[in-house]
Design a protein around this ligand. Sequence first.
Ligand code: ADP
Ligand code: MG
Length: 877
Amino acid sequence: MVKWLSNLIDSNERAVKRLQPLVDHINSLEPEFEKLSDAELRAKTDEFKARLQDGESLDEILPEAYAAVREAAKRTIKQRHFDVQLIGGVVLHQGKIAEMKTGEGKTLVATLPLYLNALTGQGCHLVTVNDYLAKRDCQWMGPIYHALGVSLTAITAMQTPDNPFPSYIYDPDRDSEDPKWKHLHHIPYPPNQPQAARRQAYEADITYGTNNEFGFDYLRDNMVWDLSQCVQRPLTYAIVDEVDNILIDEARTPLIISGAAEEATQKYYTFAQLVSHLGKDEDYTIDERTHSASLTDTGMTKMEKALKHEGLLKAPELYDPSNYFLTQYLDSALKAHALFRRDKDYVVKDGQVIIVDEFTGRLMFGRRYSEGLHQAIEAKERVKIQRESVTMATITFQNYFRMYQKLAGMTGTAATEAEELYKIYKLDVVGIPTNKPLIRTEYPDQIYKDEKTKFAAVTREIKELNDQKRPVLIGTTSIEKSELLSDLLKRNGIPHQVLNAKNHEKEAAIIAQAGRLGAVTVATNMAGRGVDIILGGNPEERDAAEWQEEHNKVVELGGLHIVGTEHHEARRVDNQLRGRAGRQGDPGSSRFYASLDDEIIRRFGGDRIQGVMQWAGMDENTPIEHSIATRAMTNSQVKTEGYHFDIRKHLVEYDDVVNKHREVIYDDRKKVLSGADLKANILSMVQDEIKSVVAKHLSNVSHEREEGEKSNLSGLLEDISAIFPVPPQFRSNGLSELSAQQITEKLTDYANELYNQREQELGPDNMRIAERMVMLRVIDRLWMEHLTAMDHLRQGIGLHAVGQQEPLVVYKREGHAYFEALLASIQHDVAHNIYHVGITKEAPQKKKEAVPVGKRVGRNDPCPCGSGKKYKHCCGK
Ligand code: ADP
Ligand code: MG
């Protein structure tokens, strides 16, 4: 392990060294580029594009392109890319992860490869962790791209229903209505076509947006009924900022677009009520490690009795198969009761249960726990139960980002997750040296006996530093803990700010001032991520001399001090917090506190650390500061990281199965939309369907039919008439002399004839529309059913160990069978629908909006598939 690590470091150094000649080359071009007029600099873009056309490669153009971007940055935002930033820029162009510490200026680094790759004209994406940063970075870096004549847009999530696809274009030549985003303009769109703005955003050379927005646009593009409503171009190059957060933390839950389904909500309330009487240890036990709860025998007996009383039991034993329906409710109710805590795992706001992201403390609006858990929590909190959803489209971030031709990422903290990033995304991590040496002091952990003494110590330290006016930033693991600490600080008369990652924009403004004299800022782990903390505060709109004086004072005091109130499950998140101090060679320090009550210690390392404490003879209030304890903590984190990696790996392995299906179906869908010859296709489906009907009824190929087979023949015609009306001449004995094959041929000929006849009646154009509608309707409805079925299959396999077999193997095998059945059903349904379509003379209206993100489709709402029918009469049937 250690050897592997040192090899890694060596190879990292080598990788960085290898790039030095390239940096020298870019630097040598500087005098030449400085001489260019603004117009000449701008003209470089066209020159590069022409050279690409003439066969030069991006790698050949790179030195000049980077020199051009650096020159543009100097002239516009007055920042000159440092040499290490050029190295970072090359690493990003190579499709790798550039690990650059917080404050090293990754926003600026990304301009280099984005510009270079945008020269191909194919559109590059920069992926941010929130909408605020998408807009901020677009506006901030905008002048550089503008000087080079490169178009730039930002996309954000829906805020109000009147514009489901907010899209902005950067244009410094006019002022926008919003003074905060002076040069970001809403892209206008024609009435009822909001997606037109989004499409225009994707036409730009470079687009900034969040992972969610890019992913949802992809899914929505695969739900449209007309190609003109697609918004994305092929996915060519993306740089993911804070890549560990997006590709690892966020990647634990897939993106889902869903609609509402029918279900019995009353049962959730009943079960919530019943389990609320159960007591921990007596009636149920909790396994902290797997985060699961199960009933004890006592609990089971109690529940059986209660359910019997409610008249719900179909068989006396609760786990009897006939009670299967109930156990689902029971499992989720028990989970909700025993494992999920209000204000830690979720909050209740405006009568809704909203998930709290465990890493950031951020509220995840619109996301729901799956498998009925969300409903169970709603029942527990006695709020209205939102209906269970039907999955209309879903993809994991892993599979979304793997579709880019080239993917790159940047973050301050990736090394600890290098293995995962490589295994899942084939992304190498290259550590880039800092521009100036890092001089942050990292104090050893202090471990207390319990949470109370720990927080008392944290408060003491804050008080001490605050008395000197040294700025302190405190990280917590949840909103609950932030509030607890905030109370303590209030009681001690320490003025402070609390951030819970609820409003990114407001919090950015606060965190930007966390380095001011006397500032005390309490934040959940990743609140304000991506926002720069300058010692002495943000110098913008301040008197320069006054700012300088404050800056110097803070530097003298030792810079920003970071307090971690609890170790996070992942070392990476701890490092992220530490990295807030000591930016760009600033002085700074950090310390983490821990207690035996902390989850990370309880989970894996509790006994050992307790042992160390006893061994060291520590009492209540004296902490231990010992390397053994710290090591035990790290071990515990490594184990937890491994555990989570396994979960994510699992998610991907399972999603890979569906992903193959998704590729086939989305591909077929695209073909349907792009005007493929559906007639031939559909007729061959009809023929196959006729064949299978004939085969079902006539196994005997002989000409001489027994008396009994007459009835087979009429059964056959019965089945055929479900496909198309069978003419009388077939019924009156016309077929009895023929072989099965001849019957098939005769029926097929008639089917073709009838088809052409219909085509004449309707006109070829209408027939083409009818073909498309039938295909899409059938594919979409069955695909949704398939997704739901696959979901159930997975849950079923997860619940019951299947003999001695590997669950994934079973899932793959069964999944394959489901998929075959899906294809067969598509054929069946298309054949059975195509002769029944009635066409109104006018071409069907294509007014259709993709499903608003995170919003569910009501049963009476127009169906998002665009049929114009109510959802309940269409895809929601
Ligand atoms: P990161 O994303 O790596 O944490 P940011 O992109 O937020 O860092 O930049 C941190 C700070 O460094 C910002 O204030 C930015 O203006 C400044 N900065 C970055 N690069 C340079 C540069 N080459 N010259 C001067 N300042 C820079
Ligand atoms: Mg950043």
